[in-house]
Write a new protein. Structure first.
Length: 349
């Protein structure tokens, strides 16, 4: 898409004005507000050309224009500078109170509220997952009959429990011995690798241990998948402050979408493998397409754990500020997690 500098300035001015006011932008407004050195008629012609390109549109019979999703995409990718244009929000973020939650869960909740507070939209944080599935400690506790409780302590410091049913009875002494064996191996091997080594070493005479390891691996996978579906959402009520979501039926639809956290998780995870901040605008976002939402997402990582966070708001959002907030929060949460858990996970002696 080739545009000269004059066309780009007019497009940016239309989008900036619309984001600020929420009202369709006419040529008269641009002539008064910006020094283009052009007549109102000339600006109308440029806006008509931008509409033909699919970057602008006009609602109903209004003479003013509003940006399309395609226009917003060009605006974000080409027209604005986040380093230059986000000075105001930078000052606020630098003086923001730190995240101080004692557990990963409280940190996730705080981070979602942090995102919401400084973006003025809804903040979303997906709970971290183990990048390599490594554990610091695994303990086996015999219950009644053939039931065994497996206690996992992840390299991030979280504790997870799983109850399994074995085919044969096993003593607590045997379970303790097995825990000791794993204690020596966990620092350098994944559970799948340990299981294979165990099978290779013990063969037929230790089938019970092999069976327990099989159950342990299965339990680990189930816990990993379950915890990866935890999504923390903060500040959904802030979206009531935006004119786009004043309609009760539309808000009900959005809150229902928030409740469907599994879909939201999948959407957020589309960005976790990529570096940097990603923006899904309106129709680019299959989850919120009908509700007219945009999603700005980033990743966080510390040691062997990683996750995704972001902000959900109307398509007419302050993208400069929101992108800066998401980027800042990503780095802040990564640093806090690294101080609390990352070094212990990645540098365990």
């Amino acid at each position: 898409m080739e545009m000269n500098e004059r066309d780009k300035k007019v497009l940016q001015a239309v989008i900036d004005s619309y984001i600020s006011t929420g009202s369709p932008v006419g040529s008269t407004v641009l002539v008064k507000k910006y020094d283009f050195g052009l007549s109102s008629a000339s600006i109308r012609n440029i806006m008509a050309e931008l509409e033909e390109m699919g970057l602008l549109t006009h609602p109903h019979t209004s003479a003013g224009r509003i940006p399309t999703d395609k226009g917003y995409r060009y605006y974000i990718d080409t027209l604005i500078s986040f380093e230059r244009d986000a000075a105001g929000i930078n000052d606020q973020l630098m003086h923001a109170p730190p995240l101080h939650g004692e557990s990963i869960q409280t940190l996730m909740e705080e981070a979602s509220q942090f995102l919401s507070t400084f973006s003025h939209y809804a903040g979303v944080v997906v709970a971290p997952t183990e990048v390599e599935g490594k554990y610091r400690h695994i303990e086996f506790i015999r219950l009644r009959g053939t039931q065994v409780l497996i206690v996992f302590v992840t390299s991030a410091g979280t504790v997870q429990n799983k109850l399994v049913e074995l085919d044969a009875r096993i003593t607590q002494q045997e379970l303790n011995s097995f825990s000791s064996y794993l204690e020596e191996e966990l620092g350098n091997w994944s559970l799948a690798e340990i299981r294979q080594r165990l099978i290779d070493q013990l063969r037929e005479e230790k089938q019970l241990f092999a069976a327990l390891m099989d159950e342990t691996c299965r339990a680990s996978i189930e816990i990993h998948e379950r915890d990866a579906e935890k999504v923390y959402i903060g500040g959904t009520s802030r979206m009531l402050d935006t004119p786009e979501f004043a309609d009760v039926d539309q808000m009900r639809s959005i809150f229902k979408a928030f409740e469907d956290k599994y879909k939201l998780l999948k959407l957020l995870d589309t960005s976790v493998a990529a570096e940097g901040i990603k923006v899904f605008i309106g129709s680019e976002n299959p989850f919120f397409e009908m509700q007219g939402c945009s999603l700005v997402v980033g990743g966080y990582k510390a040691g062997q754990i990683a996750g995704t966070l972001g902000v959900i708001g109307p398509v007419r959002m302050q993208y400069r500020q929101v992108i800066r907030v998401v980027d800042f929060t990503s780095k802040l949460l990564s640093r806090v997690l690294d101080e609390r858990f990352g070094r212990g996970a990645g540098h365990e002696e």
